[in-house]
Ligand binder design. Structure first.
Ligand code: FES
Ligand code: FES
Length: 209
C-alpha cells in the first residue's frame, strides 16, 4: 500500500500546505485583535484560528477524544506529548523515515507531517489500537516469531504499515510487501524478517478495529 499523500484540500494537507498552515498559525499572533481594513469583525473571526489552544474532537482508535491544543500542533506531537501515546516515534520529524506512521481512514500517513486539527472527522489508528502485550495481533506475534526487530525503534510504525497493507490486501506478494513498507526505514536492516512476518500472517488480514 503506497504511503498516502494528502495533496488535495478535500483530503487534508500536503507538506506544503502543512507548512503554510503552521506559518498562518504563527502569523495569527500578529493579526489577532488587529482591525483589518475592509473586513468586518465576523469575517476576521472566521479567518483566525489560534494561535492559542483551540478545542476540537478527534477519533483515535475508536475513541472520541476532546482535544485543546494550538492549531500548529502536529498529530505526532498531540499523540506523544498530550495523550501519552508514545508508540508513534519521532525520528526525523520531517516526513522522511516513517517512524511516526499512523492510519488515517485506513491509509498510512506520517503523523509528524499532519496538523492534529486537520484530523478532525478522520479515523485515526495508532499502534496502541492494533494490539497490546496481552492481546497481540497475529502480525505482532509473527514479528516476534520471525525475529523481525532488533532495536525495535521502527517496529511500531512497521507494524502499522504492514497492518494497513494486510487490511487492504490479505495476501500480498513479496513485491507488494516491499512497496507497502517502502516509507518505513529500519536502520537495523530487519526487512527480510519483516517480509517473512507479513507472509506468515498472509490470509489472516490485519487488525485496525
Ligand atoms: S518522524 Fe515522521 S517521518 Fe520521520
Ligand atoms: S529494528 Fe532497529 S531501526 Fe528497525
Amino acid at each position: 500500500m503506497p504511503r498516502k499523500k494528502l495533496e488535495s484540500p478535500a483530503e487534508g494537507v500536503s507538506r506544503r500546505t502543512f507548512l503554510k498552515g503552521a506559518g498562518i498559525a504563527a502569523a495569527a499572533v500578529g493579526v489577532s485583535g488587529v482591525d483589518v481594513a475592509g473586513e468586518t469583525p465576523s469575517s476576521q473571526e472566521s479567518l483566525i484560528v489560534g494561535p492559542g489552544p483551540v478545542p476540537f474532537q478527534l477519533t483515535i482508535n475508536g475513541d472520541t477524544r476532546s482535544i485543546e491544543v494550538p492549531p500548529s500542533t502536529t498529530l505526532l506531537d498531540l499523540l506523544r506529548d498530550k495523550l501519552g501515546m508514545t508508540g508513534s516515534k519521532r525520528v526525523c520529524d520531517r516526513g522522511s523515515c516513517g517512524a511516526c506512521t499512523v492510519m488515517f481512514d485506513g491509509k498510512i500517513v506520517d503523523s509528524c507531517s499532519i496538523l492534529a486539527i486537520d484530523a478532525v472527522g478522520r479515523e485515526i489508528t495508532t499502534i496502541e489500537g492494533i494490539g497490546t502485550p496481552e492481546n497481540l495481533s497475529a502480525l505482532q506475534q509473527a514479528f516476534i516469531e520471525c525475529d523481525a526487530l532488533q532495536c525495535g525503534f521502527c517496529t511500531p510504525a512497521m507494524v502499522v504499515s504492514c497492518t494497513a497493507l494486510l487490511n487492504d490486501n490479505a495476501k500480498p506478494t513479496r513485491d507488494e510487501i516491499r512497496a507497502g513498507i517502502s516509507g518505513n526505514l529500519c536502520r537495523c536492516g530487519t526487512y527480510i524478517n519483516v517480509f517473512e512476518a507479513v507472509e506468515k500472517t498472509s490470509g489472516q488480514g490485519g487488525r485496525d478495529d
